[in-house]
Design a protein around this ligand. Structure first.
Ligand code: AP5
Ligand code: MG
Length: 245
């Protein structure tokens, strides 16, 4: 017998989920995960690699900041957590990610910048991709010593255009025109969670919750490590990452 799920007008979210599932089973999208501490250069390289591979990038932090900017209930809850350097709850995080991945643009896959960030999220991601016929092909770890991270975040400038979100560094990667994004000419700003006390808390959260992912993915045979300290320029890091594909 036929099972009618729902007409698009009755439950658009459910309809899109079913459509996406079918689509993913046919297209078998492939995903890349970026792991690294705050300021490791995940966002910087994700934008460049996305352009090179012609796949989109999903930054969990950017998705959350969008919720905050839109003043949604999730955004209000997140403001306190993010500004204290803590992680969002796993169920909420995976919910936001799943909703984003319903978009058509992920039909070939994408770069996951900032997801997963703990073992539980890694297991949830593995299950979700497997169920949908998609695959995680590589996990790239960005290895940067802590003193370099502190310097980077203290001088980071972020593009205010949510569709762009590129980052610059006042000293090491300055924009061509002061305070203006090279790519979309929007205004640059400093992220509130780049305040030194919050950065310390984010690093502590990374050490306890995210760093164990490195051994987890090494065991799965998916991990590649790229040196990305302050003596390795952005272009060298990008070349090293591209050579992995
Ligand atoms: P998110 O926005 O992802 O923050 P993060 O992981 O702390 O990482 P950053 O964005 O700060 O650093 P980046 O590695 O992208 O570095 P960038 O390229 O900008 O997440 C924010 C918050 O959201 C989290 O703290 C958490 O609360 C929450 N959240 C997110 N995901 C979650 C999840 N899965 N579960 C629960 N909660 C979650 O580079 C930094 C600077 O360095 C820039 O100035 C750049 O120009 C410069 N730079 C980059 N590369 C180089 C280089 N090679 N040499 C010199 N300078 C460089
Ligand atoms: Mg980032």
């Amino acid at each position: 017998m036929f099972v009618r799920t729902a007409y698009p007008t009755e439950n658009p979210q459910r309809f899109r989920t079913v459509l996406r599932s079918l689509f993913w089973i046919i297209c078998k999208p492939k995903f890349v995960v970026f792991v690294g501490p705050p300021g490791a250069g995940k966002g910087t390289i994700a934008n460049e690699l996305a352009a090179f591979l012609e796949i989109p990038t999903v930054s969990m932090g950017d998705l959350f900041r969008r919720e905050q900017a839109n003043g949604t209930a999730i955004g209000v809850l997140l403001s306190t957590l993010i500004n204290e350097g803590k992680f969002a709850p796993d169920e909420l995080t995976i919910g936001v990610l799943k909703k984003e991945l319903l978009k058509f643009k992920y039909w070939r896959g994408g770069i996951l910048d900032g997801f997963p960030r703990n073992i539980n999220q890694a297991i949830l991601l593995g299950t979700m991709l497997k169920e949908q016929g998609a695959a995680l092909t590589i996990v790239i770890e960005f290895a940067v010593p802590e003193p370099d991270l502190l310097n980077r975040l203290a001088y980071r400038l972020t593009c205010s255009n949510k569709e762009c979100g590129r980052t610059f560094h006042l000293k090491m990667l300055p924009p061509k025109v002061s305070g203006v994004c090279d790519h979309c000419q929007s205004k640059l700003y400093q992220r509130p969670d780049d305040a030194p006390a919050v950065v310390e808390a984010r690093l502590a959260t990374y050490r306890t919750q995210t760093a164990p992912l490195i051994a987890f993915y090494a065991k799965e045979g998916l991990l590649k490590t790229v040196r990305a300290d302050n003596t390795t320029g952005k272009d060298t890091v990008l070349k090293a990452v591209i050579s992995l594909f």
